[in-house]
Design a protein around this ligand. Structure first.
Ligand code: URA
Length: 256
């Protein structure tokens, strides 16, 4: 027997917190009875659990990484008809969701799963799983500029936590440079905004690792399943990163 919100999250309905809201909102039934108490337990193999009238499926858990091409949107549908990541996952029968997002123009390693708990663990800001990007930027940033990124830089939504930053390649005419940057947060357009803040806008952005999982030579537009060892290592890393990484300093909240 497990708590209802855990069963729901594992079935990929939503995060545990959202599932609790669904229970409190009277949307969940167990064997035909509406349940609103958060401590309620059920047996996913025996009990019929429905959310808004639809039975939840105890699907096999799948974990995939996709080398997302640029020009593809990280969401389940797009009203403008642009390409979406599931267009590249035709061989995956289960309905999987991206863990975090990559911008339309960002390419590289994107994780997808139907395991809501796993997704929640990895994308929760307090777990700080490191992500490494190769950023091709306009011009060649000075060491001082890169030091600002290493120390943490003020963006409009607060200070970033320290990043690891390294030159990878510099164009002989100094028109552009390739920089590797590892960040421990996942704010919206964070890497692009960090380079904009030192006046070197990003021309191309590719995520090459997530935790210790590497994109390596996975071809663009191709996915593969993670191995059990890779899944375990990501969980371990998220749990151990929880207490070890420095927080970015946010500006003091204004009282209203
Ligand atoms: N940072 C960005 O700016 N864009 C991404 O897609 C990911 C990280």
């Amino acid at each position: 027997m497990e708590r209802l919100q855990k069963i729901m999250a594992q079935a990929g309905i939503a995060s545990r917190r959202k599932c609790e809201e669904l229970i409190l909102g009277g949307k969940v039934q167990v064997n035909g009875e509406t349940v609103t108490a958060l401590g309620t337990k059920a047996d996913p193999d025996q009990d019929e659990i429905t959310v808004s009238g639809k039975p939840i499926k105890n699907e096999k858990k799948v974990y995939v990484m996709l080398n997302k091409p640029k020009g593809v949107i990280t969401s389940a549908s797009d009203p403008e008809g642009r390409k979406i990541v599931s267009d590249y996952l035709k061989g995956v029968r289960e309905r999987v969701y991206p863990i975090g997002r990559l911008d339309y123009d960002t390419e590289g390693l994107l994780l997808l799963t139907n395991d809501g708990e796993f997704a929640n663990l990895l994308s929760h800001p307090k777990y700080h799983v490191p992500k490494t990007y190769l950023a091709t930027v306009k011009g060649v940033p000075h060491g001082e500029g890169l030091d600002k990124l290493r120390q943490g830089i003020m963006l409009e939504d607060g200070m970033t936590s320290p990043a690891e930053v390294e030159y990878k390649d510099v164009d002989p005419d100094n028109k552009q440079a390739v920089i590797s940057i590892t960040i421990h947060e996942g704010r919206n357009r964070q890497v692009r905004r960090m380079f904009e803040a030192i006046n070197h806008p990003v021309i191309r952005l590719k995520r090459i690792s997530y935790g210790d999982l590497l994109l390596q030579n996975l071809k663009r537009g191709i996915y593969r399943h993670l191995t059990p060892d890779e899944i375990n290592r990501l969980v371990q890393m998220a749990m151990s990163a929880k207490n070890s990484k420095p927080e970015g300093k946010r500006p003091p909240r204004r009282r209203t």
